[in-house]
Design a protein around this ligand. Structure first.
Ligand code: MN
Length: 278
């Protein structure tokens, strides 16, 4: 199932003929009172969409796509998780700025502010345009079930689904979490593809073009730490909750974007998303 959030917080199931609006199903979400659980309510209860009533079908071209995860509890992100990107980062002072670019085993997983999340229809609004702002296209994993100390062998059972992620980045000397957390610097979309449709997240072609020129292309089989290994490692440090997002790292070819640019990112079996830069 492909689940989209669009326009004014509508929820839809994406089909070939458009988006089936099933927003009414949200009425079945359990009511919570303060303090709210550390999870995304819809991702924790995706089964409510299975027999949902469609009130109308909307053409995809007419909707503004929002992030399929409305309230992620945390955004985890893998630094330099492709060997060729590590080589590129070490060779380019414009990328590493004297920061020690370690292999992921030494660097660990970092966190991005949840307030940085937008959908493709909202676009990226750059801040500090005097500095280099780069695109990083990544496979984004959405956690579906609470877990701690998850074994890599069972890790995919904890995945709700996948979407395309853009880990937008200001290059510079500050801590990663600061440079990657401005509003709109995490783009998730175009929709969530549930895990049953992607049995092997380690064999997906990933690419991005800017203004029609391809910048990055790789396959997730080239990841240094695989999706199950990342889930196992992350969950050995903290509990994972439904709606938590794991950005798996970007391949070689990162490069700058400027206001007015149009990025088109795609991942095999998920789809394609157009993201404007302003
Ligand atoms: Mn990244």
């Amino acid at each position: 199932m492909r689940i989209a959030r669009f326009d004014n917080n509508r929820i839809g199931v994406v089909q070939n003929n458009g988006i089936q609006d099933v927003t009414g199903a949200l009425e079945q979400l359990p009511a919570h009172r303060y303090p709210f659980p550390r999870q995304d309510a819809l991702i924790a209860n995706l089964e409510i969409l299975e027999n949902a009533t469609t009130v109308r079908v909307v053409p995809l071209s007419r909707v503004e796509l929002l992030s399929p995860v409305a309230n992620p509890g945390k955004i985890m992100a893998a630094p330099v998780n492709y060997k060729k990107h590590l080589e590129e980062a070490l060779a380019d002072k414009g990328i590493h700025h004297g920061n020690l670019v370690n292999e992921i085993h030494k660097a660990g997983i970092f966190l991005k502010a949840t307030s940085s999340v937008v959908g493709p229809g909202e676009g990226v609004t750059l801040v500090h345009t005097d500095r280099r702002n780069d695109h990083e296209v990544e496979l984004a994993v959405v956690i579906g079930k609470e877990g701690r100390d998850i074994a890599a062998a069972n890790a995919l059972e904890f995945v709700a689904g996948y979407c395309i992620g853009l880990d937008m980045t200001i290059r510079g000397t500050e801590d990663r979490s600061f440079r990657k957390s401005p509003d709109s610097y995490t783009v998730l979309g175009p929709w969530l593809v549930t895990a049953d449709e992607i049995p092997d997240p380690g064999a997906l072609e990933v690419s991005i073009s800017v203004n029609g020129t391809e910048r990055q292309r790789a396959n997730t089989r080239e990841l240094i730490l695989s999706v199950p290994e990342l889930i196992a490692w992350a969950s050995s440090f903290y509990t994972l909750h439904p709606g938590d997002v794991l950005l798996t790292g970007t391949p070689q070819g990162v490069g700058p974007v400027r206001p007015g640019d149009m990025m088109v990112a795609s991942i095999e079996r998920i789809g394609e998303m157009r993201v404007g830069v302003s």
